[in-house]
Design a protein around this ligand. Structure first.
Ligand code: KG4
Ligand code: ZN
Length: 353
């Protein structure tokens, strides 16, 4: 018997549903993006996101079933993102998943959004199995983790301030590229000079500690931590200086120089951890993993060290429900399902249940 999971994702500005077979095979992956709507405001407006999810969730699910060629009767379980994310947006998906699971008498599986991003790697790489090193780089999170098992993560580092994607979005706005920042900087940077401006690469140095593993929930910091707010400030200061002195700057050059600094930081942190932990497999996850310069630079760095690099196709890097279906299947196989009291948890931590 095949396991067919209907997965739902509404944590931010994409309303998404997918049908995933046996934890790896994506039968459908429907994403209704709200980007055009939020572009008017220069970023995601939570209240508008929630309302749009309510409008879209039913048609998106219907389409996911149709594209997969399955009916309600064929489903084995329902998986849904319950955190982290925007609370109002998460609640739409959670309520919908509960209603479907209750009506159809199916198991309900709450999924951690970041575990979903990591699980996106299993879709197109049947050979990938834990343990492996994974850099999770999304709009709200930047984590360097060792995926010890499908549901067990050792956190080596995380951002102390802005997430990588957040930095892309803020810098894009400052240089007039607008929302969504990541893809626009990626495009503009192709026409720019990455060495035009020397923006800083932040390395976290901690005296007396070369490695550190976080205890669950701890606020400790460590040598694989990230910090992107200094870089963002450096770009803003540069733009201010130009404004005051009348110096002309090229949007493409600032985009390329900023992107080069982020890419260097992400590659450097991952490679230091890979060397210290003797990892031979590195996976990337999250929206920023679709950045073309990062993909190329990380590929080169891994080849130099004889490491194998795994990156999902761009459509599985940014928010989607297929990745939630994969993570849900692993949760379910470990015997974990959720009760009818499942709630949205906007600041759910990685590894927390
Ligand atoms: O993983 P994701 O879709 O949503 C979150 O869970 O946050 O990531 C969205 C982030 C946004 O900050 C967006 O600007 C960034 O991923 N992003 C990119 C690219 N595509 C999306 N950043 C850099 N280059 C890209 N091509
Ligand atoms: Zn995401």
């Amino acid at each position: 018997m095949n396991d067919l999971i209907l997965a739902i994702e509404t944590s931010c500005d994409e309303t998404a549903a997918a049908v995933v077979k046996n934890g790896r095979e994506v039968l459908s992956n429907v994403i209704s993006s709200q980007i055009a709507l939020h572009t008017l405001y220069g970023g995601v407006v939570p209240e508008i996101a929630s309302r749009k999810h309510i409008e879209k969730i039913d048609p998106v699910i219907t389409m996911a079933l149709q594209e997969a060629g399955v009916t309600w009767d064929d489903l084995s379980a329902v998986g849904v993102t319950y955190g982290p994310g925007l609370v109002g947006a998460l609640l739409v998906g959670v309520a919908e998943a509960k209603a479907i699971a209750y009506a159809r008498k199916l198991p309900l599986i709450g999924v951690h959004h970041i575990e979903g991003h990591i699980a996106a790697n299993y879709i197109e790489h049947p050979d990938l199995e834990p343990p492996f090193l994974c850099e999770v780089i999304s709009g709200g999170h930047t984590h360097l983790v060792i995926v010890q098992d499908y549901d067990t993560f050792e956190i080596l580092g995380r951002t102390r301030d802005d997430a990588a994607g957040e930095a892309f979005d803020k810098v894009a706005r400052a240089i007039g590229l607008g929302y969504p920042g990541g893809p626009k900087i990626d495009q503009a940077a192709k026409q720019g000079d990455p060495e035009a401006m020397a923006f800083p690469r932040t390395h976290i140095v901690q005296a007396g500690r070369s490695t550190l593993t976080y205890a669950r929930g701890s606020q400790e910091t460590g040598p694989y931590d990230f910090s992107f707010s200094g870089l963002k400030s450096a770009v803003l200061n540069y733009l201010n200086k130009c404004r005051m002195t009348g110096e002309i700057w090229k949007q493409e050059d600032v985009a390329a120089s900023f992107q080069a600094a982020v890419v260097d930081t992400l590659v450097d942190n991952a490679m230091r951890a890979a060397e210290e932990r003797q990892a031979d497999k590195l996976a990337l996850a999250g929206g920023v993993a679709s950045n073309s310069a990062l993909r190329a630079a990380m590929q080169r760095a891994c080849e130099e060290r004889g490491m194998k690099l795994y990156i999902p196709s761009p459509i599985y890097c940014t928010d989607n429900a297929a990745m939630i279906g994969v993570a849900a299947w692993h949760e379910w196989k470990k015997g974990r399902t959720s009760g009818w009291d499942l709630n949205a948890v906007p600041n759910l931590k990685l590894g927390q249940r």
